[in-house]
Design a protein around this ligand. Structure first.
Ligand SMILES: Cc1cc2nc3c(=O)[nH]c(=O)nc-3n(C[C@H](O)[C@H](O)[C@H](O)COP(=O)(O)OP(=O)(O)OC[C@H]3O[C@@H](n4cnc5c(N)ncnc54)[C@H](O)[C@@H]3O)c2cc1C
Length: 378
């Protein structure tokens, strides 16, 4: 029986907003999930799938369609074609942090810096989850998915998912439609199988977060512990008793702007170069070829600027609340908009719009929301 009594989305999402949808179904096996989706698609009903509800901002009016809850579980070890590595095929509804704990416990390296990210494994490629410089795209081999257009199940290599900074072809960005309407059934990762559960930590951001100064291998379990503690201190570990965590993680994305725009911002505003996603082939017209290939033109580089810095420097402090509102900026993290208890979606949207307008007035940039919005306008 896959039909279930609709539950309030406020009880199934970490931002804790949203009424019960018109219809709700759930699937506990991959076959069941495919069957339920095909069934919903045949009816033409509006739909979306719900994993852990930790990246979803649902509006106050009941969603007039079917919400499909993905409740599949399971981790399967399969050999990797690469020496010293192991593959894990994981069902979409499996808890992400449970997978990270499993990998660390077995000495499999590659996702330990993403300890403590809430939600399910199937949703992780949707926005190419990441933390401390590690992203799922570094270890993702392929996903098994079912497309709405055809109803067919296929295996899609990671390279075809358009993975980028908190994006993929599957993500429903605010104000647009996903490039590919499909549901992930399982995810396959390729991890390094360490012999003693230790690895040398690379990546400046992660090394800084861990306070590492040398190149000695460190236990994966220690990395996980440190990351969990750091995230807890920032309110980035979901805790039912801590309103600072009743949000959707970062509510706004770091802004990606051209180098020229970045130069107009105050020099103190933290920024990072974004590797341009350009075709590396240099095209040389034959009639201008004299035997020497010209130097490739330096590609224009984009710059990622800190949304948290922009917010705080637009005068919005941690803990900020509009008068009489039950929505507030986390007291620990300027990027997290949180439900302080009983806030409606309208209250959270009002706070989001206020922050957007302050940042726009001060710096001329419009911050874009990171969570998926369902029946909410900003
Ligand atoms: C306290 C906190 C901290 C966070 N920290 C981070 C962080 O450090 N890094 C980070 O990247 N994110 C972070 N997030 C955001 C969130 O945890 C991730 O985006 C997570 O991957 C969402 O998973 P979910 O199962 O909860 O997705 P949901 O919220 O259930 O769904 C999100 C979107 O994905 C779609 N979706 C869900 N499952 C599938 C599927 N199987 N196939 C296709 N589409 C699907 C949904 O329809 C929806 O559009 C944080 C959130 C919170 C609350």
């Amino acid at each position: 029986m896959t039909d279930v009594a609709p539950i309030r989305l406020a009880d199934l999402t970490t931002l804790q907003t949203g009424a019960a949808p018109a219809r709700m179904r759930e699937a506990t096996t991959s076959d069941e999930l495919v069957e339920v989706l095909r069934d919903v698609w045949r009816t033409g009903d509006a739909w979306f799938v719900l994993g852990g509800g930790s990246n979803l901002f649902a509006g106050d009016d009941a969603f007039d369609g079917t919400v499909v809850r993905v409740r599949t579980r399971g981790i399967e070890e399969i050999p990797s074609p690469h020496e010293g590595r192991i593959r894990l095929r994981v069902q979409a509804g499996h808890d992400w942090d449970d997978l990270v704990a499993y990998a660390v416990e077995h000495g499999y390296a590659g996702i330990e810096a993403m300890s403590g990210i809430p939600g399910t494994v199937g949703a992780a490629p949707v926005q190419n989850v990441g933390a401390y410089g590690q992203e799922i795209q570094e270890t993702l081999v392929e996903v098994e998915l079912v497309d709405e257009d055809t109803g067919e199940v296929s295996t899609v290599p990671a390279g075809d998912l358009g993975l980028g900074f908190r994006t993929s072809v599957l993500k429903h960005h605010y104000g647009s439609v996903p490039e590919r309407r499909a549901v992930i059934l399982s995810v396959t990762l390729d991890l390094a199988a360490t012999e003693d559960g230790r690895r040398v930590v690379r990546g400046e951001q992660l090394r800084r977060a861990l306070g590492l100064t040398d190149d000695e291998p460190v236990p994966l379990a220690w990395v996980r512990e440190r990351i969990l503690a750091t995230r807890a201190a920032k309110g980035m570990l979901f805790d039912a008793d801590d309103p600072d965590t009743h949000g959707a993680g970062s509510f706004f994305q770091n802004a990606i702007v051209s180098d020229a725009v970045a130069r107009t911002l105050p020099p103190q505003c933290p920024r990072w170069p974004v590797t341009p996603d350009l075709d590396a082939v240099t095209i040389i017209p034959l009639d201008s070829y004299y035997g020497l290939a010209p130097k490739p033109a330096a590609p224009p580089s984009d710059v990622k600027v800190s949304a948290a810095w922009l917010i705080e420097n637009a005068g919005i402090r941690k803990g900020f609340r509009l008068p009489r509102s039950r929505a507030g900026v986390s007291t620990k993290h300027a990027l997290a908009l949180t439900n302080r208890g009983g806030a409606t979606a309208a209250e959270i949207a009002e706070l989001a719009r206020f922050i957007q307008s302050r940042v726009h007035a001060e710096f001329g940039l419009v911050l874009q929301p990171e969570p998926v919005l369902v029946d909410v306008e900003l």
